[in-house]
Ligand binder design. Structure first.
Ligand SMILES: [Zn+2]
Length: 474
């Protein structure tokens, strides 16, 4: 009698047995006897043509039978025959619980036990746990990606719940990573969630990226996008990219070793303030869901090594017309980071590269003498019924959410043609939502000869926070 030793993934198909005694005199006869006793094993060991599957390696005692007489190798009493699944790149065994959990994957030949093991061994880093990061992390965890790192240092806010499906009302005020890790571990306890409660920057990006196989970029600002791209090129990692605005999204896979990088597509960032962020311009709540799921799909395909990835293709999604278009991307031979003669060979200062960020610009403007007024002083002026003109430079749909009843409403973009509605003789206070657009308006008015004009620091949002808690915030 010889003894066949079964690997963990095959044991569920042999009534949980770790080894089975067989009488067969050759490897072929022993295997036949094994599958006759445990028929569910057959499809795992043999292909449709009845040949032993290529991932099944067979060892007689400690010798690979391929170097003996293959399946005709003779077995004597006391010999052991070990079935050793080929494990590429540190793939890991699956427990019985995992086999049940992932059964819908395991029965697909494109995934199967081998693919599921690759997913378990995979390490994916999500940059951002917001609108894109939420569905991305949820589906990666559900699919069984073994290690999910997440970089974020934000706190859950009630305006996040319209699209960030990792969080619920009870999470408001909690650090996002704390809430995210809890949710993902509850969804799949087999997954290791590694939280990085920090801001990704040039000092930590390379060190963090080196620990991962795939980087998924779900950020919402240009400095971080260029940082993620360059750090991916420098560490040789694929960058699964998506971006969203209002009703439109883009997705691609940037991988310098196999195709273009983000800088091949966008050599330089737009000037600060030209492209509004989602916080300023808005975003349809389902759009990050759509794009985040595309990111998760591309990530899983990269891990499995199957399908046609978005490398070299830019997918454009328009949710309003529900049209998906595709552009071919080429590697830029002059690319400063992934070209043959790169000038960016280490991480740089990305805030500076993308221009002075808006908040700093506002701070700089006020430091350079931008006249400002606090919400407390505005309240005092209104209470005293002082003679002044309050100008609201937000958009009409924002006026509809909340506004000062007496304000003159002139959206920033229409200010030049509405100058005749204002008088340089009047005392003027300009406001917007947070103080950024109104600072531009104040600058414009001063350049146009208005002298008695001030910016409301913090905008109507600060008014709602500090003066009138009944006013809705958005
Ligand atoms: Zn490039």
């Amino acid at each position: 009698m010889a003894r066949i030793h079964l690997p963990t993934p095959l044991r569920p198909f042999a009534d949980g047995a770790a080894s089975v005694e067989v009488a067969g005199a050759t490897v072929a006869a022993a295997l036949e006897e094994l599958v006759a006793r445990h028929p569910p094993l057959r499809k795992h060991l043999y292909d449709d043509a009845g040949k032993v599957r290529s991932f099944v390696n067979l060892y007689k005692n400690d010798e690979d039978v391929r170097y003996l007489e293959k399946e005709a190798t003779r077995l004597a009493d006391g010999d052991s025959l070990s079935i050793v699944p080929s494990i590429a790149g540190g793939a890991e065994d699956l427990s019985n619980e995992e086999i049940r959990r992932y059964s819908r994957h395991l029965i697909m030949p494109e995934v199967g036990i081998e693919g599921q093991r690759k997913l378990k061994a995979a390490r994916v880093l999500a940059i951002g746990a917001g609108g894109l990061g939420s569905p991305l992390a949820v589906y990666l965890a559900a699919a069984g990606v073994g290690t999910i790192g997440i970089v974020d240092n934000d706190v859950v806010d009630d305006s996040n719940l319209q699209r960030q499906i990792l969080y619920g009302a009870s999470d408001i005020g909690r650090p996002k990573l704390q809430a995210a890790a809890e949710r993902l571990r509850d969804m799949n306890p087999n997954v290791e969630v590694v939280p990085y409660e920090t801001r990704l920057d040039s000092s930590n990006a390379l060190e963090i990226f080196r620990e991962y196989d795939v980087i998924a970029d779900g950020t919402d600002n240009f400095p971080t996008r260029y940082l993620v791209n360059d750090a991916c090129v420098l560490t040789g990692k694929p960058n699964v990219y998506a971006s969203i605005f209002r009703f439109e999204g883009q997705a691609s896979v940037f991988w310098a070793e196999k195709g273009p990088c983000y800088r091949c597509l966008y050599t330089e960032p737009p000037p600060p303030g030209l492209v509004p962020s989602c916080a300023e311009g808005g975003v349809l709540g389902i759009l990050p869901g759509l794009l985040g799921v595309i990111q998760a799909t591309e990530t899983i395909k990269l891990v499995l090594g199957s399908g046609d990835s978005l490398i070299g293709r830019l997918l454009l999604v328009d949710a309003l017309s529900m049209r998906f278009r595709e552009l071919r991307l080429r590697k830029n031979p002059d690319c400063v980071v992934c070209g043959p003669n790169p000038t960016v060979t280490r991480l740089i200062d990305y805030e500076q590269f993308c221009g002075i960020p808006q908040e700093a610009a506002i701070a700089a403007a006020s430091a350079s003498g931008m006249p400002e007024i606090s919400v407390q002083d505005l309240k005092a002026m209104r209470d005293r019924r002082e003679d002044f003109v309050l100008v609201d430079v937000r958009e009409p749909h924002e006026f509809a959410i909340c506004a000062f009843p007496e304000s003159v409403k002139i959206p920033l973009g229409t200010l030049p043609q509405n100058l005749n509605r204002l008088s340089t003789a009047d005392e003027i206070v300009v406001h917007c939502k947070m103080g950024g657009r109104s600072a531009k308006a104040v600058q414009f008015l001063r350049d146009a000869g208005f002298r008695k004009v001030r910016n409301l620091a913090g905008g109507i949002d600060r008014w709602a926070q500090q003066i009138d808690p009944k006013m809705p915030r958005y």
